[in-house]
Design a protein. Structure first.
Length: 516
């Protein structure tokens, strides 16, 4: 038993330092030796979940759940996996079951609140976070979750208030620093900036905590026109994040090549459309930070359009059905085009995912920028879909990526050379799609939109098959929640300060300047 306790403590330490591959290897060995210990299933499942292996995580948690259906920790973890793989009803029911069994279990309120927020039910999510705070108002993650909800609704004062409460409880909860930096414009003498400067000198941080703080500091210093200091923190934060990221640009090069190989010979006009829904999907895509959030806010200002935000479902469908060894399988794509049942099933998977939003409008937006990779699949599954491609000055676009920290992805953006390489891959693939589907992808250029908003918005709304509504020009008043870091910018009227923003950082962007 002493050896087992020691092994479990080792696993816990590895888990805390994000060494999930080691946790997986060691947990598997221990489960063979001690198959009755639930904590091992929790650790193994949680490690799988943190590496994005949700199906394996689900299987492990289900084993633990069958062993002890009353175990709250297993139930909570299983409910989170259900949420992550889109099994919303199972997730919701399990969280509610936990709350019934243990009404003071805060994690269930917060996680169910996160599920509601993911589904754009912000009112329900806020109610759940507040219930959690009534049980215990000294937990940082609850205040932070509430801050995220208020930020998504554009209530920046309450967002900052709760982010500050999270920091009072735990000064190392630097996600809250990041949220504050995204929500305010810094001026000389700002207390939050002083606090960040002080604690980065005095406190110790994990790599992830430090990355958040460095990006938040850089944002503040850019606001304060301290560009050299801002860039040094950006460079430092990007370097740390790149070092802890499991990323290889070669994988992206091979993926993009496989996309072109798999779709270049497809006869799109011969694919069955029998299962196509009457709901109209508007895919807003392009490089991240190219204006996709602004375009979605404009379009969803229309009374007939529901804004779903960035949806991961299309990528999950592809990863689960069309990818082998990190590249798109040409054989599977061909099988898809030859099998009406296969095509209908993938359409249904996507439509079922949309049901979580319970929307009544005729149109719905999917604003996942990286869907630009999957335009060929969109044309197969949703031939009537509207595709809007957002583009921007390449250097402005790349700088905006380099100076922002993205939780859970975009690992190509933390190194200037890799960022430039990825941008070229994007340009090449978009040229491929535009040649393959001429006149069926609407191009929105950020600079043209900023300089001539009335005409550009009018043309965009017309392309979507919508009648003009004046609210589309008042998009900054749109109450549609925004769950990306663009929430502050997209809630402002048109402004031009982001055009040619790379110029002030240009002396430091040596690699980007050479390659873009």
């Amino acid at each position: 038993m002493k050896n087992l306790e020691k092994d479990i403590q080792t696993l816990l330490n590895l888990f805390k330092t994000a060494k999930f591959d080691l946790v997986i290897t060691k947990s598997k060995k221990l489960i063979k030796k001690y198959p009755e210990y639930l904590i091992l299933y929790n650790l193994l499942g949680s490690a799988y979940q943190n590496t994005g292996n949700y199906i394996l995580a689900k299987n492990i948690f289900l084993k633990g759940y069958k062993m002890d259906p009353e175990n709250i920790a297993i139930m909570n973890n299983l409910a989170n996996v259900y949420k992550n793989i889109g099994e919303i009803e199972l997730s919701k029911n399990l969280f509610n079951k936990i709350i019934q069994k243990k009404p003071d279990y805060i994690n269930a309120y917060v996680n169910l609140g996160n599920l509601k927020r993911d589904n754009n039910d912000f009112k329900a999510s806020i109610d759940l976070y507040k219930k959690a705070l009534k049980i215990n108002d000294k937990i940082s993650i609850t205040h932070y979750s509430l801050a995220l909800a208020y930020q998504g609704l554009g209530n920046f004062s309450l967002a900052v208030e709760h982010a500050n409460k999270a920091l009072v409880i735990d000064p190392r909860f630097t996600q809250a620093d990041m949220l504050i930096s995204q929500s305010i414009k810094y001026k000389a003498g700002n207390e939050h900036y002083k606090m960040m400067c002080s604690k980065i000198e005095k406190l110790s941080f994990t790599d992830s905590q430090k990355v958040n703080l460095l990006f938040a500091l850089a944002k503040a210093e850019e606001d304060l026109d301290q560009i050299e200091k801002s860039f040094k923190n950006l460079q430092h934060g990007n370097k740390i994040k790149r070092n802890i990221s499991n990323f290889n640009i070669i994988d992206e090069i091979e993926l993009f090549q496989s996309i072109k190989e798999s779709f270049k010979e497809i006869k799109f006009n011969k694919i069955s459309t029998d299962s196509v829904s009457s709901k109209n999907i508007i895919f807003i895509l392009g490089m991240p930070r190219s204006g996709t959030s602004l375009v979605e806010q404009i379009i969803t200002s229309h009374s007939k359009v529901f804004g779903a935000g960035e949806l991961s479902q299309l990528s999950k469908i592809i990863e689960g059905n069309l990818i082998d060894n990190k590249i798109v399988s040409t054989k599977k794509v061909l099988d898809l085009t030859k099998s009406d049942s296969f095509t209908a099933q993938l359409r249904k998977d996507y439509y079922d995912y949309l049901k979580r939003f319970n929307f009544s409008e005729n149109f719905i937006t999917d604003k996942a920028p990286l869907n630009f990779r999957w335009i060929g699949l969109i044309k197969i599954l949703f031939p009537n879909a509207i595709i809007i491609h957002c583009s921007r000055n390449p250097k402005d676009n790349c700088l905006s990526l380099y100076k922002n920290f993205f939780e859970g992805g975009l690992n190509f953006s933390y190194n200037q050379k890799e960022l430039a390489t990825y941008y070229k891959l994007y340009l090449d693939l978009m040229n491929f799609w535009l040649n393959l589907f001429p006149d069926s992808i609407y191009e929105v250029n950020y600079e043209r939109l900023i300089n001539n908003p009335k005409d550009e918005i009018n043309k965009m709304i017309n392309f979507c098959g919508l009648n003009w509504e004046d609210d589309c020009m008042q998009f900054h008043n749109n109450k549609t929640p925004i769950k990306t870091m663009s929430t502050a910018q997209a809630r402002k009227p048109i402004y031009k300060s982001s055009v040619n923003s790379f110029e002030k950082f240009s002396p430091f962007l040596t690699d980007l300047n050479k390659l873009i």
